[in-house]
Every structure is written in C-alpha cells, then in structure tokens.
Design a protein around this ligand. Sequence first.
Ligand code: HAM
Length: 429
Amino acid sequence: MSENTSGASSFQAPKGVPDYVPPDSAQFLAVRDGLLEQARLAGYGYIELPVFEDTGLFARGVGESTDVVSKEMYTFADRGDRSVTLRPEGTAPVMRAVIEHGLDRGQLPAKLRYAGPFFRYERPQAGRYRQLQQVGVEAIGVDDPALDAEVIAIADAGYRSLGLTGFRLEISSLGDASCRPQYRELLQEFLFGLDLDEATRERARINPIRVLDDKRPEVREMTAHAPLMLDHLSEEAKAHFDQVLGHLDALGVPYVVNPRLVRGLDYYTKTTFEFVHDGLGAQSGIGGGGRYDGLMAQLGGQSLSGIGFGLGVDRTVLALRAEGVTVGDSGRCEVFCVPLGQEAKSVLVKVAAQLRGAGIRTDIAYGDRGLKGAMRGADRSGASIALVAGDREIGEGNIELKTLADGVQQPVPIDSIVGEVTARLASRI
Ligand code: HAM
C-alpha cells in the first residue's frame, strides 16, 4: 500500500468540474442569487427540477442533431435498465414539469425560474465545464413581444445588479414555421454551391444555419454573402422582431442585432439572443435564450409558445473577476470568542449561541490553544470584537470585550454582554 506523504488528497474533482470553496464561493452564491432576484421581482415562481430525466426528453426536446444531444450527454442505464440522462439544459425539463403538473392550464403566462447544475461532456477549457451552473427563467403560454423584452431585460438587469458592465446583448430572429423552411432551402442551395469539406456539407444538410456559425476564417469568407434569415422573415415574424426591439429601446436595454447569431439548441423560433463578454476568451457566452414556440407540442403538450433564458453562473463569476468586481458576503465572523479554561468555555459557548440568536456572526476558539494561539485565531478570523475570558474573570462575573482594531479591552458583566456587543456593532454602521 502506498502512503500519501505529501498531505495532498489522492482524489481530485472529476475532469472539467469546478469546486467553489471559501472565500471564492461567496461570489458564486451572490451571482446565482443576484441573477435571479430580478426574475423573482417580476413574478417568476421557483421550480426545482430533477437532475436526471428520461433520455428521450432531451433527444426529442433539444434535437438529435445538436452537439448537446449527439455528443455531450451523460446518458446511462439505471439499475432498472431505464435510459436516463443528467440534464444538459433546463428548458425541456421545465416544459415536461409544466405539462405534468398542469401549469399550462392555469394563469398564463406560466412564469418560472430555476437554478442548479447541468452536465455536458464537452472538452474542458477555461470557462467550459462538464458540470456547469445556470440560472434560468421560462415564460410559457403567451406570444407577446413585450414578454420577450421582459425576459431579456431581466437578464440584463441581473448582470448589472452585480456590477458587471463589459458585456453586450446580441439579438436576432430565427423566423417561424411560415418562413424558416423556405429560408432553409435558400440557404442550403447557397451552401451546396460552395467548396465545403464533407463534414461541413453534412452539417449543411442537417442544420444549415449552424454553418453560418463556423469560426474558421475560410468558411467565414465563403459564407460572407450567404442569405440571412433576417432578410427573409415572414411579415408576422418581422413585426414581432421589430416590436421586441422597440420594447428594448423603451426599457433602455442596449443591444446589437447580429443576423448570424446561431444557438446550439434546435427548439428556437423567432427571438434569439446571447449575452457576450469579451474578457473571457473563447467561451464568451455568459447567457442566452430565446423563443421556442413549438417545443411544448413537440413534447406532447398543448401548442403553447414559450420564451426564456439560461445564464451561466460560472462564466458570470469569471466575467466579474475579469472586471475586478467583487460581490458577495465574505461570511467573516463579527465576534470571536476566546475561552481560557473549562468554566469560561461553557459560558462563552452559551454567549456565542445567544449572539448568533441575535443575528450576529460569532465564532469561537476550540481546542484549548492558549491565549496567544487563540488571539492569533481571532485576528485571522477578521472579526472586529473578541470576547476573552479565563475562569477567574468568569468567577468575577465578567467577560473581557476587546476591540481588535485598537486593542482596547474592558470587562463587561456576563449578563449584559449580548446587549453591549449588539450596541457596539450597531454604532459602527
Ligand atoms: P445555452 O446557451 O446552451 O442555453 O446555455 C446557457 C448558458 O450556460 C451559456 O450562455 C453559458 O453561459 C452557460 N454554459 C453552457 N455550457 C457551458 C459549459 N460547458 N461551461 C460553462 N458554462 C456553460 C440553454 O441551456 C437554454 N436552456 C437556455 C434557454 C432557456 N433558452 C430558453 N430558455
């Protein structure tokens, strides 16, 4: 048996899976909660979904030809030999739950928000993880351009509420059932006339719009004059898109129309958008979404429209770091108790519980380290007040209250210690 003498763990987190540990985890929590706060204020109810679902839900909902379904799913047979998949995204599961629980028969739009981990077997790199965290919203059952604008504005306000500024919103329309099929043919005709390699021709056969997203310069050059969906929208889809932009203008949400915007999932119709941050390198998409008017019917539900977004929590944390913005509560304690003796410990343990009960973050030195070691702990904790007592002070009915910034110390009767600490902390605000 080999012994691990380095002190390091023999295990590591799975490849491409990030840990968030203190103090950085404070940023993670602040981003996850902050991004959804605007949705809560706009009436989006919380939905908690399973982390795995029937594989068929994603195959049918997200699309067999997408990279997400064809290459990136964590799919396995459970012990009952059912094929299940760790959710790669949230929209199809939300639709499934809405149909299953009849939310589509209540007040519309059904507005829902969610947060949690998603799983994609992608090649790990900076900002691209195999377990990724998203927050999302879905608004189902009303096809109103003002609702598209609301969803987009919630995302925009979410990023801004965290102090993020270096991002832009790219927006486009993918048309609807009355114009997309014709456009698809037109685009295919154009693409088949080009000198494309076999894999790209195949993509042009299956999902031609994705060829417009090819990052290789030679393909970009060849497709520079490809027909664009935005120039071939039906009257209805065009009016819808113009109204979405009008509402965004009225809301003061800045955007850039990008007619070549392509999303990686098949269910989108009409409005599609992406939030892009330039401080992140290749994985610049910090969030994205759009309308998916055929998805619910595709999954066996009513024919209802829907719109939503998924925002990448991990990438937003990275984007904030790139901008030098810190968010979140460091979780530091305000008070640190230093008991020197068993009698003192049982009193200070109780005082700590009372302070916590009063909402004051309080830690205590465990392990009988002696005065010097314990005071070092107090300094490191970041607390502003230390409560120090030996058995002698306790016998006299007192605890020493020390303000750590200036080292000033004074005895306070045990009975009034909670009141005194509360008053001191309050007077500092
Ligand atoms: P998505 O664009 O695939 O959309 O993912 C949304 C966001 O999740 C991305 O913009 C990105 O920030 C983050 N993300 C995706 N993959 C990774 C990864 N491997 N590592 C780190 N972050 C990642 C959806 O999932 C749709 N369900 C969004 C939606 C909701 N559309 C309508 N409603």
